[in-house]
Design a binder for this molecule. Sequence first.
Ligand SMILES: [Zn+2]
Length: 407
Amino acid sequence: MASNNINIRRDVKDPYYRYKMPRLLGKIEGKGNGIKTVLPNIVDVARALSRPPDYPTKYFGIELGAQVKVEEKNEKYIVNGAHDVAKLQDLLDGFIDRFVLCASCKSPETDLVIHAKDQSIIRQCMACGQRTDVDLRHRLATYIVKNPPPKTKKGGQHASAAPGQDDGADGDHGSGGEVDLLARDASKLDIAGGATNGRNIDDDGDDDDEGWDVELDMSAEAIAARQKALSGGFVLGGADNDDDDENNSGGDDPYDQLGDFIKDNRDAPDSKIYAKATELHLAKKHRALIVVILCLFENSTTVAKDIAKHDKLLLSFGNSDKHQRAVIGGFERLIEARQDSLLPKTPAIFKALFDEEIVEEEAFLEWAKKPSKKYVDKDVAKLIHKAAQPFVQWLAEAEEESDSDEE
Ligand SMILES: [Zn+2]
């Protein structure tokens, strides 16, 4: 199911870019004057973009000078005439650019806020906090003002590999309006403040809401991390970078450089990889582990075995709680990227990490408490937790046994 997902920003080629949407489908039906193009998965595509499905449909109609037909109840979205799906996909890029992406940082995590007074539309960015105007000259803008996004709708879950996994949690989504947004931001700042005072409670910003707009950490660090992620580079995840000196933007991100080095030097021994990391001042960075894991474990069939081969490298970055959590996170990301082949291997992968003493029992049990969207989509996190269950159970039982041995 995941394999047919494409990057929301198609100009970003990074396969690990986290914002995905299903590839658009089109089906031509009818004949002659009645010929039409049905959009069978526009609902899923629109959900990934956190927009109502009639917006892109209407957009196609406007761009193509064609009538559209929307039957929300039956989930029927139709553009009159025969249209090539590749062409529609290209048009969708324009829709995304104009009505989804933050004009400032290009994040797709935006809400449309409509100001009824002056009929203006703003993209409120959840990644960088900027509000950028939608170009009202496009005719879709008029349509949006007349048909504002629903105030509350089902969690606008995005990018997740498994549409239909909606667990029914409803985010306070949509055009919450000025007041809502401000209140929401304030509560986020509270959370962020708490997190900086406490130690290492970085997983807790993580409630059970779905959707990208409800639980985002708006701390400066988190925003910086997300912006960096959007550059097309590695999405390193986590807002816990108190060892953070990495707000450098631009193409020469040391993490990207490390990733490129590993990809370009497939035969490099681990010592060379670590030397490169040291050269890039990443020798003790827990986030470097994410890059190493994503780039190094390219063979899905041998991941668990390969962990034993690279144990020293993985340990050389450090083994604090944070490092161990990053290792788990890195493998979560790897599993997310290749769910079909790796999800069933989750217990074996985790067992290997445990056997090689890269991740200790405590770190696994801490991780097992609750699926977290720290490194992967919440939906994927849930899948991984489910898949890891046999391992976690084994671990818990082993612990009980050793406890009773000690008595
Ligand atoms: Zn932004």
